[in-house]
Unconditional design. Structure first.
Length: 266
């Protein structure tokens, strides 16, 4: 087949080749006939099949794709755990916090199983946003009165910000709550995200969606402490550099908490 006539769509194979009881591959969600016939399909047939594949995945199937899943099971708080009323970092910022109780917030720390290793799903906010413009963050936000809990809030916000549907994500557990200088108590919800998910950034909030290898973020040498001034007081914040992205502040602190919990059960 010439280069000019070769189909342009890549295979949905992600390197996880195991047949489920229902006859679908646990990785690409195709039948054996579909896998064997992929090379003979034209672009139209491939596009039709690709659009149908995410609907075949059940959230309960997703954790099996993560090599880190057994360790995460030991490291994370269970989904039904009652989070503490104070952040694990509370004493570090007590001197700059407002006196009123913090507002509840939640973020989705999404882990994506890829053929080359697990990645972490992150967003970069638009530069012109009033709060935290241009910063790298997890999808998430304030827990609204209509949310059942922090998990529900993280899933709702992820759908609003990057169009992540609930059938393509499976929460695994919780990290320790993080207190922020802006007056929030953030509950991070760690979840596995279907590798077939295609993000659609909300143009009013999100400038970019990208992934960073989990191994890079869990390596101690890639995280550094930076001194800065906040409200006239010296503060230390955590920071990663990844390509052109600066991952710092609350996002880096949440990743640090994940690393420490994984190290504790290694």
């Amino acid at each position: 087949m010439s280069a000019a006539s070769a189909p342009s769509l890549l295979s949905p194979c992600i390197g996880v080749c195991r047949m489920r009881a229902d006859g679908l591959c646990a990785g690409c969600l195709r039948t054996l006939d579909e896998i064997a016939g992929w090379a003979r399909m034209g672009d139209d047939a491939r596009s039709t099949l690709m659009s149908a594949l995410p609907l075949r995945r059940m959230p309960a199937d997703l954790p099996a794709l993560l090599p880190e899943y057994p360790q995460l099971q030991r490291a994370l708080h269970p989904l039904d755990a009652v989070p503490p009323a104070r952040g694990w970092n509370q004493t570090e910022i007590d001197d700059v916090l407002r006196t009123k109780p913090p507002a509840a917030a939640a973020v989705l720390a999404g882990l994506v199983p890829r053929a080359n290793g697990t990645t972490v799903l992150l967003t970069r906010r638009h530069d012109d946003l009033r709060h935290h413009g241009g910063q790298v963050s997890f999808p998430g936000g304030r827990v609204d009165p209509g949310d059942a809990d922090a998990i529900d809030a993280a899933l709702r916000e992820s759908h609003e910000e990057i169009a992540l549907p609930r059938h393509q994500v499976q929460p695994l557990g919780l990290l320790d709550p993080l207190a922020t200088v802006s007056g929030f108590l953030v509950t991070p919800v760690v979840a596995v995200v279907d590798p077939a998910f295609v993000p659609v950034p909300n143009p009013g909030e999100v400038a970019e969606v990208f992934e960073v290898p989990l191994d890079y973020l869990m390596a101690p040498d890639n995280l550094r402490s930076v001194e800065l001034s906040f409200k006239g007081r010296a503060r230390t914040v955590l920071e990663y550099d990844w390509a052109a992205q600066r991952i710092w502040g609350a996002t880096a602190a949440i990743l640090y908490n994940l690393r420490r919990r994984l190290e504790a059960v290694a």
